[in-house]
Design a protein around this ligand. Structure first.
Ligand code: GTP
Ligand code: MG
Length: 214
């Protein structure tokens, strides 16, 4: 897919105030500093679009971008940031979970995982939760440029061995780098294909308030 335009729309702390759920939507989520904002910038071809930082916890709101006037890209706050208080962390967690469960136009959650690390409990638990709630997701391994191809292959094999203990079938997977742009066309092609399947949600359902969330 060719990107003709990508613009920032809104930042929200209340998911009910997010833009109307009338376009297909794709979320980037993962641990703080994993590279969500960087990858959004690479995919859209706009270096300053999403704010990046070497300090974890830069993204603290639900940030909506509109791409090609046609679909939403969402940069969510990172999870697992050790330096915030428990109360603050729980607040963000509730926000994110509400958002992912209630957003009617959500086509895919891209779960970003640092390709250099061995499988982390926090990521595995988060994907497990997505599976239980029936939220569609794909795995995106980031920072591929930061290690050798051999090391990378070993890490991915190790990851998938752990995934196979929890899942009968592996989710879609992408290997990416915001430095080399590796993987960004594959993600865009995937989004393009999913866009063709989008059905506008019933407006009443799209505006429904939060129900019983757990
Ligand atoms: P939060 O908003 O804090 O949750 O972080 P984030 O997941 O949005 O990470 P961000 O994109 O801000 O990147 C964090 C740091 O990692 C920055 O210093 C980036 O330059 C660096 N980084 C991100 N992606 C890559 C990559 O593919 N390769 C390399 N070498 N560095 C990367
Ligand atoms: Mg960010």
């Amino acid at each position: 897919m060719k990107i003709n335009s990508a613009v920032f729309l809104q930042s929200n702390s209340d998911y009910l105030k997010c833009p109307p759920a009338n376009r297909p939507e794709y979320v980037f989520i993962g641990r703080s500093n994993v590279g969500k904002s960087s990858l959004i910038n690479v995919i859209t071809g706009k270096p300053g679009l999403a704010k990046t930082s070497q300090i974890p916890g830069k993204t603290q709101l639900i940030n909506h971008f509109l791409v090609n006037g046609e679909w939403y890209l969402v940069d969510l706050p990172g999870y697992g940031w050790a330096k915030v208080s428990k109360t603050e962390r729980e607040k963000w967690e509730t926000l994110i979970r509400q958002y992912l469960m209630q957003r009617e136009n959500l086509m895919c959650v891209f779960v970003l995982i640092d390709s250099r690390l061995e499988p982390q409990a926090i990521d595995l638990q988060f994907m497990q939760w997505l599976g239980e709630k029936g939220v569609p997701f794909a795995m995106v391994f980031t920072k591929a440029d930061k290690q050798s191809k051999t090391r990378l292959q070993t890490n991915l094999q190790q990851y998938n061995a752990v995934m196979m203990q929890q899942w009968e079938e592996l989710p879609g997977q992408f290997l990416t780098s915001s430095v080399t742009r590796e993987g960004s066309d594959a993600i865009l092609d995937y989004i393009e294909e999913l866009n063709t399947r989008f059905v506008t949600p019933d407006p009443a359902a799209a505006n429904k308030s939060s129900g019983n969330l757990s």
